[in-house]
Design a binder for this molecule. Structure first.
Ligand code: ADP
Ligand code: MG
Length: 446
């Protein structure tokens, strides 16, 4: 067995021992450099990975290798290696064994914690994920620009940062991605204009191969920023550079964007990320537990998945609280304990919106009265607003179907049907999605 074969077999063994996400994050891009006397030298892409692998996997790796070659006594890790880009200085810190404090690379704006390999895929995000994966292989060609939209905490940032990180790993420094929030972009432009440095700011953004802009809905308001974004966009686009954009709503609902920009977005691929369904929420919880090396019983996992439906960030937060409690109390969490933690955590986040606020906003949006909405008429122009009202009462306030039914003078099966109908259509019909976002705006502003 030659050295390379031995290393590949060692990796194969590790792959069996580790979760998919862990293997992909820590070892997939490792490389055997040489054998110096009794020492094997392995290269890792950056300091961060090196620190991690040294602390967590060194013993294991050595054990496996010694099984193949008894003369190996030591394993040494270096950053770099002939195939790697310059090392980035990112350091890991483990907080309570739960949180990994990853640091953003100042050059690319990317945070290594977001990997495509740790992105759980299901019906609500599979198109967006497929496009993301395709882009890492065919940069600037296939889906350009790539526009992804969806609600808060549903994985937009994770996905688009994941593309950037994947490109770094796959193309090892040959392709330059840059991630920026649209607030940061706006700040840069304003700063450049004020300090007569706009040319260098322009260069900074036009000098990349993949430009990733997060939360584009926050751009603009300032004409000059939008103008600059448009020119940057064109400059990159014309040079076949990849552009990736995220937003909380579809392009046609971005009020601030000029038409010329909107139509550019519409010329690429637009994908949405919807709410994850139950099975997917379970899968996400399991994968996060796996990452944290923690365990919870199935009933508790199911309970968390059942209760936290609309925001993966919130779901993760609750999960960490449960684990923290488990560790502090040194006892397995029961369903009852979990329920208590969940209730406490979600109480604080959802500031109570009254039923009337919701009905009023729907009525206002469609130019109707609340009486119209709760009336028994089946007129077409009332039916949809009524269904949307039902959807929002459930979506925002998590009210029971019988309660919602009663509120609108209907039985609970009608309430279920209306909710399901809107919930399904919202994923297919950007126009409907837009209406709902605008009504939510009205509700939260009231
Ligand atoms: P957004 O940018 O849409 O508000 P984020 O990308 O910040 O949402 O995601 C919120 C949290 O949920 C992050 O910690 C992210 O890792 C996690 N997350 C979201 N979607 C997924 C997924 N499909 N698989 C695994 N984790 C996810
Ligand atoms: Mg985000």
């Amino acid at each position: 067995m030659d050295l390379e074969q031995m290393w590949q077999s060692t990796l194969g063994e590790m792959q069996i021992q580790l979760s998919k996400a862990h293997f992909a994050t820590w070892l997939k891009n490792s490389q055997l450099v040489e054998k110096k006397d009794d020492t094997i030298v392995v290269a890792l892409p950056n300091n961060f990975t090196k620190t991690w692998v040294e602390n967590k996997y060194q013993k294991n790796l050595l054990g496996i290798m010694r099984g193949f070659d008894g003369s190996v006594k030591k394993i040494e890790f270096v950053v770099g290696g002939k195939y790697f880009a310059q090392p980035t200085t990112i350091e890991a810190q483990e907080v309570d064994g739960i949180d990994l404090d990853f640091k953003t690379d100042p050059e690319t704006g990317l945070n290594p914690k977001y990997r495509l390999s740790s992105f759980v895929v299901g019906p609500s995000n599979e198109l967006a994920f497929a496009a993301a994966t395709a882009i890492t292989e065919s940069i600037g060609k296939k889906y350009n620009p790539f526009f992804v939209y969806g609600g808060v905490g549903l994985g937009k940032t994770h996905l688009i940062q994941g593309i950037g990180n994947e490109i770094i790993f796959k193309h090892k420094g040959r392709v330059k991605p840059k991630y920026v929030s649209s607030e940061q972009f706006t700040r840069d432009i304003v700063w450049g204009l004020r300090n007569d440095r706009i040319e260098s700011i322009k260069k900074k953004y036009r000098d990349v191969d993949v430009l990733i802009i997060d939360d584009i809905q926050f751009i603009g308001g300032k004409e000059k920023t939008e103008e600059e974004f448009f020119h940057t966009f064109n400059a990159l686009y014309e040079n076949d550079k990849q552009i990736i954009i995220s937003s909380d709503r579809p392009p046609q609902s971005l009020p601030v964007l000029e038409d010329r920009l909107r139509s550019r977005f519409e010329g690429g691929l637009i994908a949405d990320i919807a709410y994850p369904e139950f099975e997917m929420r379970v899968a996400i919880i399991k994968s996060k537990l796996d990452d944290m090396n923690r365990h919870l019983s199935d009933p508790v996992i199911n309970l968390v998945a059942k209760k936290l439906r609309k925001n993966i960030r919130e779901l993760e937060g609750v999960l960490k609280k449960i684990i923290f409690t488990q560790e502090r109390k040194q006892t397995d969490i029961t369903e009852r304990m979990a329920e208590e933690i969940i209730n406490k955590a979600t109480q604080n986040t959802s500031k109570r919106i009254s039923d009337t606020q919701i009905l009023k906003a729907v009525a206002e949006f469609f130019n109707l009265t609340i009486e119209d909405i709760v009336s028994h008429t089946r007129r077409k122009e009332i039916v949809e607003p009524r269904q949307i009202a039902i959807y929002l009462l459930r979506d925002i306030s998590d009210l029971s179907y019988p309660y919602i039914g009663e509120k609108l003078g209907r039985d609970h099966t009608t309430a279920i049907h209306s909710y399901e109908k809107i919930n399904n259509e919202i994923n297919r019909d950007p126009g409907l999605n837009q209406k709902i976002l605008m009504i939510k705006d009205l509700i939260y502003k009231s």
